[in-house]
Ligand binder design. Sequence first.
Ligand code: NAD
Length: 495
Amino acid sequence: MTRTLAQWQQLASELTIEGRAFIAGSYRQAADQRTFSCLNPATGQKLADITWCGQEEVELAVKTARQAFTAGSWSELAPLERGRILKRFAALIRHHNDELALLETLDAGKPISDTTSVDVPGAAYCMEWFAEAIDKIGGEVAPVDPKLLGLVTREAIGVVAAVVPWNFPILMASWKFAPALAAGNALILKPSEKSPLTAIRLAALAQEAGIPDGIFQVLPGGGDVGKQLALHMDVDCLAFTGSTAVGKLIAGYGAQSNLKRVWLELGGKSPNIILPDCPDLSQAARSAAAGIFYNMGEMCTAGSRVLIHKDIKERFLSELQQAAKNFYPGDPLDPATSMGAIVDQIQYDKVLSYIDKGQSEGGRLLLGGKATHVQQGLFIEPTIFDCPNPQLSICREEIFGPVLSVITFDNLEDAIQIANDSEYGLGAAVWTSDLSTAHRVSRRLRAGTVWVNCYDEGGDMNFPFGGFKQSGNGRDKSLHALEKYTELKSTLIKL
Ligand code: NAD
């Protein structure tokens, strides 16, 4: 159903927000009653008090998860039956689309038009996809000496902790919980302290769908909760999405504790190369603008570096600036808004400090560069810099905000060299009319996803998502994601 701004405001005023942790089948406060305030970044108003879990809650959740896993009421369910329950969970997410979208918009400042059409439906689709897949994949009967029968099977890994970020809270959580639950694991979800609301609400929906107690638990809190889970001796797998800096710490926690499987989906500084034979420069400009300004630039795959050939630069820049104007910040609850608020004060200050740095290091500000004040919230204009060289901080470091760095190149070799000269390798794009150039350049780009003549296309679950280099390891989405949440077993039977 399409609602007006007034209807969304009305719905928001009637919303009951749950802020407690979900452990062993019920919502509960932390033993020490500690809470933190959840603020709406678009208005500064407090939305709820959220439970800040401590070591006691972590211990209880891990113990409960272990018991639930070992009891087999989930892991030993026939895959068809597990799939049925998970499809019910997906259907409940769909059924509560507007409520979840509203929570996400209020909590993270994301435009309601996106949360209703992308974030929540995307999470439901992800859950449904893995629920449908799980009874259709099997193991192998391996060639072996005829006196033996050799089976290669995949088994649930056990207790999985998922620590997730704030930029796509429900969607990034679903990329973890959907394959982990489908594979038969007990899952503990640790949402970001900046955006805990949808994760907390999902726990009740999981229970309503029939997921047994202890199989889906939610522990809100800060980095300390993530750290305790990552260091825990009885957590078998830590699936993380977040910054490269925290990812490195988590890899260390895994090594310091029980060598749990650690999967990291980390940051990016993705290049978007526009070659002189670009088939449609206007389209390329619109895609480049959406590639960085969608979701306020708070995207791991943000096309934050546009690499433009000198011969087409002037025309491209004029079209790009025009396209960027479609992303002016507004009230996230207004269905006409295409760019919402920056998630919190820390991120807002970080983005503005990069804008200052861009100017002080010699970048030429082409558009934006300022905070805007819609409703006393945290809003920043879409900002574009023309950069004299690719060594500027704004060309190398992940800003995670609406700031685009444009870098000029002379020839294809330069473009590829600049594109790959990054510690990251998450996404990359190239625009060309030549099929061979498209293939050659895609092969040479060191990135987990390469787009040709488009940017950020492909919501389909069939494509693995993840990074080369310091953008992480492992892959979310697709059947490959199940590899994260299963152990391979060889069984040899003497006949
Ligand atoms: P972050 O690393 O600050 O936090 C991510 C999560 O880790 C949060 O839940 C946080 O509470 C927790 N955490 C913080 N310190 C911790 C510690 N020491 N031990 C354990 N857990 C800890 O990242 P963020 O600011 O929430 O998210 C933005 C980052 O996420 C960006 O770098 C972005 O590129 C990345 N990201 C990557 C992908 C991907 O799929 N590759 C997707 C979305 C976001």
